[in-house]
Design a protein around this ligand. Structure first.
Ligand code: FAD
Length: 387
């Protein structure tokens, strides 16, 4: 699908965002880390800039960026604290895409304008205490009650649940079917009786991007909120997997953006830090670490762009998206670890940025498909070609 943005407009948007990140957001990284909060003033600025609606169709007030453009913004925004990007990205990605892909015209009209403007914020609820990697095994149920469904269950580690107004909830609507077939996707609004949000988890990194439990106790949802209407019944898992396929390219893009930032920090430090009477950048063992990181960054960048172009061309991108997410998140771990090594003792100290970047990087190997699950996706797809 051609983008609604031509290349000149898009370049201007990237320039504006680049300046905003450097001049406004990067100076606030420490504050966000210490308070675990993105300031309201920043959220308002993000709303004004249209960031909440980057991917949402223009008909509903969004920018309607294409997949490649969206990936480039994701890379750029990952050069600063993940909390900034995660404040609006659920609206751009996992929180709105189910409605964009599978919603009825009425559902799109009701929710997408608010999600695009940022007046509404979104969360995506798939994971449960006993269903993480094995996502088709969810136990949350949606039981018909007249024209409504009653949803009960617990969702775990849900990004932005504390701020969300609109939750996309995967629930088993057909108790007779196990696995993926009996799962439907529902839109649940904040404030619906029986919906409770747990306390934010204390986590290793990405502070300021809260995750918590979402508990549903006979939450009454009208049948109009079944994504896709009656025809959407039993299609929820397929919608979730479609959402995650593009999400994986996004996480891979984030990993690439983080690698770039980390390499910037490591190279700058290596040039300024002197030992044995010279900048440590002159030691070939340090240069080796920088070179390995740059090579992995460039390889990751190429892979992500290839995956984004493939998805945009509507080709089967499952293996490519899984490979990009697997390679880039694992490479990010190596790049972050080398950078910490280049910083020496300072790398271990919170005063310097690497300590936070190293912690923030870790979870990219876990969410939206762990590395092991992605290995399985890649291997199964590959073996099918040879069977
Ligand atoms: C910061 C953060 C934000 C998140 N945000 C969201 C969100 O917004 N919405 C949402 O729904 N979820 C979210 N999640 C949940 C995330 O997607 C899951 O944590 C992830 O899918 C892994 O599930 P799990 O934690 O239950 O691990 P498990 O599935 O229990 O896995 C544990 C280990 O076993 C391995 N493993 C599992 N199965 C296999 C297998 N078949 N073969 C080999 N190894 C295997 C895994 O790779 C992993 O190493 C978030 C998680 C975090 C940490």
């Amino acid at each position: 699908m051609p983008s609604a943005f031509d290349e000149d407009d898009f370049s201007a948007l990237l320039d504006t965002l680049d300046r905003y990140i450097r001049e406004r957001l990067m100076p606030l990284e420490k504050t966000v880390e210490e308070t675990a909060t993105v300031p309201d003033a920043i959220l308002d600025e993000m709303r004004e800039m249209g960031l909440f609606g980057l991917s949402i169709p223009q008909a509903y007030g969004g920018f309607e960026l294409d997949v490649v453009q969206e990936t480039r913004v994701q890379m750029l925004f990952s050069g600063t604290s993940q909390a900034f990007r995660l404040a609006f990205w659920p609206n751009v990605g996992i929180g709105s895409r189910g409605i964009v892909y599978g919603g009825t015209p009425g559902q799109k009209q009701r929710y997408l304008p608010g999600l695009a403007s940022g007046e509404l914020r979104a969360a995506f609820c798939l994971t449960e205490p006993d269903a993480g990697s094995d996502a088709a095994n969810i136990r949350t149920v949606a039981v018909r009650d007249g024209d409504d469904f009653l949803i009960s269950g617990t969702k775990r580690f849900i990004t932005n649940a504390t701020h969300a107004d609109v939750f996309t909830v995967m629930a088993r609507s057909d108790a007779g079917k196990s696995g993926a077939d009996g799962i439907s996707a529902f839109i649940v609004e904040k404030g619906t009786p029986g919906l409770t949000i747990g306390k934010p988890e204390h986590k290793l990194g990405q502070r300021g991007a809260p995750i918590c439990d979402v508990i549903l106790d006979r939450v009454r949802v009208p049948k109009e909120n079944l994504i896709g209407g009656e025809a959407g019944e039993g299609k929820g898992f397929r919608i979730a997997m479609q959402v995650l396929d593009s999400g994986r390219i996004g996480v891979a893009g984030s990993a690439v953006g983080m690698m770039k930032r980390i390499i910037d920090e490591a190279a700058t430090y290596a040039l300024s830090r002197k030992q044995f009477g010279q900048p440590i950048a002159e030691f070939q063992l340090i240069q080796g670490m920088l070179a390995d990181s740059e090579a992995e960054y460039l390889a990751g960048h190429a892979m992500v762009m290839e995956a984004a172009r493939s998805l945009q061309a509507k080709r089967d991108t499952r293996i490519l998206a899984a490979s990009a997410k697997y390679f880039c998140s694992e490479a990010l771990g190596r790049v972050a670890d080398r950078a910490l090594q280049i910083f020496g003792g300072a790398g271990y100290i919170a005063e310097y940025p690497i300590e936070r970047l190293w912690r923030d990087a870790r979870v990219l190997r876990i969410y939206e498909g762990t590395s092991q699950i992605l290995q399985l996706v890649i291997a199964r797809g590959l073996l099918k070609r040879y069977a």
